[in-house]
Design a protein around this ligand. Structure first.
Ligand code: GLA
Length: 708
């Protein structure tokens, strides 16, 4: 009966909006004061129960506190004292809006609630979208100055426009899951008891950030990988952002989030609108593992541009050669890469301008004549002749002072004339909010792709914004939004103009990975840290939100350049095979035995690639002495299990690894041992992970359903 109800309904008599996903329900009600209030987010309810749901009033209601339910977007007026998702100032100095609900529109899977300010020329539309194949709800806000362009010029200053505010139900306790880290240590999963306070997750860097990400989970502190209610949200934005989680003293937890960090403001003039990016959210009663799988399925189905296309096994020269690239050296590497089975060869930094190190050349996107006397074509042609695609590293948003571009256009960088400009990695940031800079970047990249036979761009961004001024512009903070929009737009345009072109997102490793960038890139460079032991934790965090096909993972040299750790080739491969496998070592220094082993392991990866890149991921043993990840074909026909044990302890053998996603009624063949296992045993007792003795032990086990 529930399945026949439309995905979005609005009952005008009750002011009740209901969003139904396959396994969850979200409801809100327009309060008598005109503000939409949160009502419910959780397991599906029938209509009778729903209609009888009490308002989520605050237990602390008094003359000091509002008694109403939490807002869908708090407007900074009334007895509301939590973080406001909408903060505006009118020309006369008045702060905040007081809404009149002026209508709704249901258009298939989309709901819009229209709110007009009772006192000023401001309209907000709270927008919601559900889709038939996912429990993820997308929300965003659109704000419009409804004054007439011919009327008095009374701009409205927007100090904050969040995409959405979310509310968890009353729980006995609250725990916040989020990602923290830094360069070389991205995506470290953190789960902390939420304090009774406002907890701010934010980036003030102009990029999503290595240090944090706009994804979180909320649970009552008892959820596990397999069990427990989890609420999770993720913002589709690749610039500065802010999410404020508010656990109040009487046990209510809400969070509000959107683009921009504190202190920025944007001006709306009559007739202008500002649209906030999508903020997606889901509910599941089946633990963190299920939450991740719902995200993965949603990102494949509705975010990634070409989810069905295999992510190629790539070779990238960065760790092998650094800036020291030239045609002969790259061709040598390309031949070896193709021999071991790479499908894409990416020429990294150092190929352009005067670029021999990070001090010069950035911005001058023409091949460096001493390194590539005939341009890039001879290399690209050889790569293509070897049967591989050709990829090129670019960092279009950045410039070295020592470059032709900066000498010609010193005003193109983000800067404030009275301030010293901070240089990071000897570079400055171009202001992509300026239309002429956006156009220059689009043309430059288009030309590169067109003239050099480029199939793949690795788009890097190696520093954050500082002293981000826009001299002479009346509304300079716009750049924090418009720069990011321009990056997105150029990527979209390049893809549209060059069908087949693929883009890898990168920002000094995983500094800009979010649902916004993944809507126009195929995968992200996860981290500059390629040490397999560190990668186990990094990949665990990355996979909380993002699917394995978007997680670039290279096998590099031993000892590792970041950590100095020595690990066997097999272990490095087995860790990288959990994502979109790549090779990043100096293949010219690998022995014949190593090249042969690599060839065999690349072939093995290609066999399991459909499972890793399009299957269901189950983190069966989260990071610990032994870590195991299971990839299952959606139809249960094939399975791959990757197991890693960095350090052996006491000589004890590993425990069996339980595979709860298997069918206990089925039989599974282990083709390597030619042995049939009962599903019930694999689910309840587990499989021997077959780890060799010693440190850095790993295994890849495959299973095939053979009955019934
Ligand atoms: C960043 C990237 C690396 C490499 C270098 C080149 O650090 O993350 O993979 O491309 O830039 O300078």
């Amino acid at each position: 009966m529930l399945a026949t109800l439309p995905p979005v309904t609005f009952d005008s008599d009750l002011g009740l909006a209901v969003l139904r996903t396959p396994n969850s329900l979200y409801a809100l009600r327009v309060a008598p004061d005109g503000s939409p209030r949160h009502l419910y987010w959780g397991a599906p309810l029938d209509t009778v129960t729903l209609a009888a749901l009490p308002e989520a009033v605050s237990p602390a209601a008094s003359s000091f506190e509002a008694d109403a339910a939490p807002d869908e977007l708090a407007p900074q007026t009334g007895a509301r004292f939590g973080p406001a998702g909408l903060q505006v100032r009118f020309a006369d100095g008045t702060r905040g809006a007081q809404w009149r609900f002026t209508g709704h529109r249901v258009d298939g899977d989309e709901l819009r609630l229209r709110l007009d300010d009772r006192h000023g020329p401001l309209r907000a539309e709270l927008c919601y979208r559900v889709r038939a194949d996912t429990d993820v709800i997308e929300r965003w806000t659109e704000l419009t100055h409804t004054g007439s362009p011919d009327g008095p010029p009374e701009p409205i200053t927007v100090d904050r426009l969040d995409s959405a505010s979310w509310t968890a139900p009353p729980l006995s306790d609250y725990r916040l899951g989020h990602l923290v880290g830094g360069w070389n240590s991205e995506f470290q999963l953190q789960r902390d008891r939420l304090p009774v306070a406002e907890t701010v997750l934010t980036s003030r860097r102009g990029i999503t950030g290595h240090h944090a990400g706009p994804w979180l989970t909320v649970d009552d502190g008892t959820a596990t990988e397999e069990q427990g209610e989890v609420w999770s949200t993720a913002l589709a934005w690749s610039g500065s952002w802010r999410v404020t989680v508010h656990r109040d003293p009487v046990g209510r937890t809400t969070w509000t989030g959107g683009f921009g960090h504190e202190g920025l403001s944007w001006t709306l003039r009559a007739g202008q609108s500002l649209r906030a990016p999508a903020y997606a959210g889901l509910y599941t009663p089946h633990g963190f593992g299920a939450a991740s799988r719902v995200w993965h399925h949603y990102i494949r189905g509705h975010v990634l541009p070409e989810p069905e296309r295999d992510r190629p096994v790539l070779y990238n020269s960065w760790e092998a050669t650094g800036f020291d690239v030239d045609e002969a050296g790259q061709i040598r590497l390309a031949r070896l890469a193709s021999r071991v089975g790479a499908e894409l060869f990416v020429l990294d930094d150092g190929w352009f301008g005067t670029r021999r190190d990070d001090r010069s050349g950035l911005g001058d996107w023409t091949p460096r004549p001493e390194a590539f006397p005939g341009g890039l074509r001879p290399l690209a042609d050889e790569v293509h002749r070897l049967g591989m695609d050709f990829g090129l590293w670019v960092e279009p948003e950045m410039v070295n002072r020592d470059s032709e571009l900066h000498r010609a256009h010193p005003d193109w960088v983000l800067h404030s004339p009275r301030l010293d400009a901070t240089e990071l990695r000897n570079q400055l940031v171009l202001n992509f909010a300026r239309p002429e800079v956006e156009e220059w970047a689009r043309r430059t990249l288009d030309h590169l792709v067109r003239t050099h036979g480029v199939d793949w761009l690795k788009w890097d961004a190696n520093r954050a914004f500082t002293e981000a001024g826009w001299p002479g512009h009346p509304d300079p903070d716009r750049l924090w939004i418009d720069h990011t929009r321009a990056v997105h737009r150029i990527m979209d345009q390049l893809r549209a103009d060059h069908p087949g072109l693929r883009i890898e997102a990168c920002a000094g490793g995983g500094g800009r990975v979010d649902l916004g960038i993944l809507a126009r890139t195929d995968q992200a460079w996860t981290s500059d840290n390629t040490d397999p032991v560190d990668r186990i934790g990094i990949q665990h965090g990355f996979g909380q939100l993002f699917p394995a096909q978007a997680m670039a993972a290279w096998v590099t040299d031993s000892p590792n350049t970041t950590t100095g750790r020595r690990t066997p080739l097999r272990f490095r491969f087995h860790v990288a095979m959990a994502g979109a496998l790549g090779l990043g070592g100096d293949l010219t220094s690998w022995s014949e035995e190593e090249l042969a082993e690599a060839t065999e392991l690349v072939a093995r990866y290609k066999e399991i690639r459909p499972l890793v890149q399009r299957g269901h991921q189950h983190r069966v043993t989260p990071p610990g002495p032994v870590t195991a990840v299971h990839y299952a074909a959606p139809d249960d026909s094939e399975h791959a299990l990757l197991v890693w044990r960095p350090t052996t302890r006491f000589g004890h053998g590993p425990d069996p690894v339980r595979l709860p996603a298997l069918d206990p009624e089925a039989l599974y063949l282990d083709p390597e041992l030619n042995r049939v296992h009962s599903g019930a045993v694999l689910v309840r007792k587990g499989i021997d992970p077959r780890l060799p003795d010693g440190d850095y032990a790993s295994s890849l086990i495959r299973l095939r359903r053979v009955g019934p």
